[in-house]
Design a protein around this ligand. Sequence first.
Ligand SMILES: *Cc1c(COP(=O)(O)O)cnc(C)c1O
Length: 426
Amino acid sequence: MSQEYHINTRCLQSGYEPGNGDPRVVPIYQSTTFTYDSADTMGKLFDLEVAGDFYTRLSNPTSGAVERKIAALEGGIGALLTSAGQAASMISVLNICRSGDHVISSASIYGGTYNLFHKTMREMGIDFTFVDPKASEEELSAAFRDNTRLVFAETLANPTLVVLDIEKFARVAHAHNVPLIVDNTFPTPVNCRPFEFGADIVVHSTTKYMDGHATAVGGVIVDSGNFNWKNGKFPELTEPDESYHGIIYTEQFGEAAYIVKARTHLMRDIGAVISPNNAFLLNLGLETLFLRMERHCSNAQAVAEYLEQHELIEWVNYPGLKSHEGYELAQKYMPGGTCGVISFGVKGGRDKAAQFMEALKLAKIVIHVADARTCVLHPASTTHRQLNDQQLAEAGISPDLLRFSVGIEHINDIIADLEQAFAAIR
Ligand SMILES: *Cc1c(COP(=O)(O)O)cnc(C)c1O
């Protein structure tokens, strides 16, 4: 499928091209394994000499079609689906980091990613420095060490909605010969394509807008193919891998070295694989992603403007509002819209916020965002409850913050729900 097609068309048609008499829709290949007629062919598949599906932990035709679609949406050269967004983040880092290495990460990231980095991966011997995403280039540069292997950030942070200056982060990372990995879950490739601004690797929780219907947990890693791994800093990609008879990823797979290694080394060893059935559900979501994002954004804009003028509201945080600190950056990196997630504070602080949330009827309280149905959450008592007040403040989350994920219902019904909740707490 040609990259020249508009992204809307790619959502529907990329990744799978049926032949004569084939199913129109990518089928669910619900099979763990695939047969070959000779030991020689199987051996070559195993040694990565030829490409082909042989075991679903490594690849599967349904997942493969969806991987090609997402790579086409982001403008990358390849993708790897994972069992969850968490696995995508972990594998994206582990692929080029070992014990003793160091990572620079934005402090404004999803709570689960923060835990993964701050606790689990630190216990594995990888050190992290968390930086303010609004830091200057000089401040960012000062965080680098000799053993720094990558920079990680979210294009539109969950839940703080800080808009990343992607070009600034890419510039600083590249000046230090390391890649920029960004989590692009909130804008999705429909609204933002980070490779166009210098990011090297993109990860997603596909659980959110990509699936969009809250049916399947999943994640994905996408490789731009642009980073030069042969600059001396990445021996795992440029030196022989003994577990594959000494192949050298950059020699055998060229620009696809990173994404091939993520699959053949880490997915082989860790096994955080998506099921073919979940890949199929994800594909259904992707087909309408461009339509849903448009409505999420127009509904969220209307809700944000409504809340901003309401006398019971302390503050509203939405990058589509001119009052938002990241408005200009959002116009630059996400000119078609940002996402459907808004955060705001209700006058009266933590207790009033909880009361308001409980008074909502259409908007359900769930540990989820980016769902077709409007939902609401209080991060300080749920997703970020492990963080102490100082860590909360570092992550940019106040105790009264309500995260409101605007769905694609009729806008009048969403506003009416908010209105009756305000009436209930007056
Ligand atoms: C939800 C989320 C994740 C984690 O994804 P799971 O699919 O829940 O594992 C990572 N990053 C962001 C920005 C998220 O919103």
